[in-house]
Design a protein around this ligand. Structure first.
Ligand SMILES: *Cc1c(COP(=O)(O)O)cnc(C)c1O
Length: 404
């Protein structure tokens, strides 16, 4: 039956899907810790919970230093300041990413140089990297898409040969590993997001991870309004004054208290997400083969962070029809990213069609399934069943075309 003939086309089932794409999660101790912060009247930045979050991230991730920020966007802006990005500098980053990966550098006057992604992991194509490097290249910003590590061996080798900095946008990849080493420990700098759509969240939040300690002192200054406040509080200087550029990148300790509860629950959260991911993969494997749908590829040397589960459909028409079909079952599935090089801003910066062909193709065909910490097994069955019932394919099933 065609989706428009099922008698429900006049109802607005899509107003409030019963299985949302994302649902914020609380681990249990958020209120307790926020209450402690309030009871102790320690609610500005860099209080006790911020320090606990820093310590935990440093211990668990293994970065030299972690600094909480109000967002991953802010952490990326700090990275651009720390690398002293100047107008005309070039920064190589995937077109297939969130806008902040580019904006943080464009704000400093940099020209974003968009690199295409690999068709398997959707991470930047390291084979395309070297030919994009010029004498103006200041940084490479790999994004560990879906929490699966980029090919860091190749990227670091090329970067070091050309004297270019690497900043990992690790918004998706907290607790993921590449060849046994934690994501976020490869670049001189790395960033995390604790936005409500990420594995670990405080609503809005992030962190700058510092692996090259030459950046630490200025990072503290930039983060504290351009002052030497951190040195002053450690007793290293006798007055607290304006010493450099800066802004206010540090979150309230109330948010750090919320975040600390989630970070403490990280093993439970990651276990839940691993189970959800495994369920989708196991239940969609045969179906995906039959209809020419691709499931996420995780190379054996990558331990992924279980950030999302996506499908790559045969065509844009299939995606459109499938989204409508799922909505009729009360299921919200979404897509991303509009390729940055084809966005309004990207085109004004010189982006053009055909510049990143894999990105352009994938961006039309990718669909993300509901994926959040307390998604239930019966909800996952509902998603899988709804997918199996879809018969509005614009393209013939792959198995009918290729039975070899
Ligand atoms: C979510 C996200 C960001 C931005 O994170 P915020 O904390 O919302 O600023 C940046 N890069 C990527 C790849 C993201 O997914």
């Amino acid at each position: 039956m065609n989706s428009l003939e099922d008698g429900r086309s006049g109802t607005r089932r899509d107003e409030q899907p019963s299985i949302t794409f994302n649902r914020p999660f609380t681990a249990g101790n958020e209120y307790n810790y926020m209450r402690q912060a309030i009871d102790n009247l320690q609610i500005s930045g860099d209080g006790p919970f911020t320090n606990r979050c820093h310590q935990l991230l440093e211990d668990v991730v293994g970065c030299s230093r972690a600094l909480l920020t109000t967002s991953c966007t802010d952490a990326l802006e700090m990275a651009a300041l720390l690398l002293d990005i100047q107008p005309g500098d070039e920064v190589i980053l995937p077109s297939f990413t969130f806008v902040s990966t580019a904006n943080a550098f464009v704000l400093r006057g940099a020209k974003p140089v968009f690199i295409d992604v690999r068709p398997d992991t959707l991470n930047l194509d390291e084979k395309a990297l070297e030919r994009l490097i010029t004498s103006r290249t200041k940084a490479i910003v790999p994004v560990h898409y879906a929490g699966v590590g980029c090919e860091m061996d190749a990227i670091l080798e090329i970067a070091s040969r050309h004297g270019v900095a690497v900043v990992e946008d690790n918004a998706h990849g907290l607790f993921g590993r590449y060849r046994g080493k934690n994501l976020g420990t490869f670049g001189q700098l790395a960033t995390l997001s604790f936005h409500e759509t990420k594995n670990i969240s405080c609503g809005e939040g992030g962190a700058l991870l510092i692996n090259d300690l030459k950046h630490l002192e200025l990072a503290e200054v930039f983060r504290s309004k351009g002052t030497n406040r951190n040195r002053f509080f450690r007793g290293q200087v006798d007055k607290y004054t304006w010493v450099n550029l800066g802004s206010s990148f540090l979150p309230s300790d109330l948010l750090a208290a919320f975040l600390y509860a989630q970070l403490e629950a990280r093993e439970d959260i990651q276990r839940r997400r691993e189970r959800l991911w495994g369920f989708y993969e196991a239940h969609l494997k045969a179906w995906s083969r039959e209809y020419g749908v691709s499931l996420p590829v995780v190379p054996p040397h990558c331990d992924q962070a279980f950030h999302m589960f996506y499908l790559i459909l045969p065509s844009l028409q299939d995606r459109h029809a499938l989204i409508q079909h799922l909505l009729k079952s009360g299921i919200s599935a979404v897509f991303h990213y509009v390729p940055l090089h084809l966005s309004d801003m990207g085109q004004r910066l010189g982006g053009f069609e055909g510049q990143c062909p894999v990105t352009e193709d994938i961006s039309d065909r990718l669909l993300r399934l509901p994926f959040f910490n307390d998604l239930t097994e019966s909800q996952q069955y509902a998603v899988v069943n709804a997918l199996a019932q879809f018969d509005g394919w614009a393209t013939k099933p792959k198995s009918a075309r290729n039975t070899a």
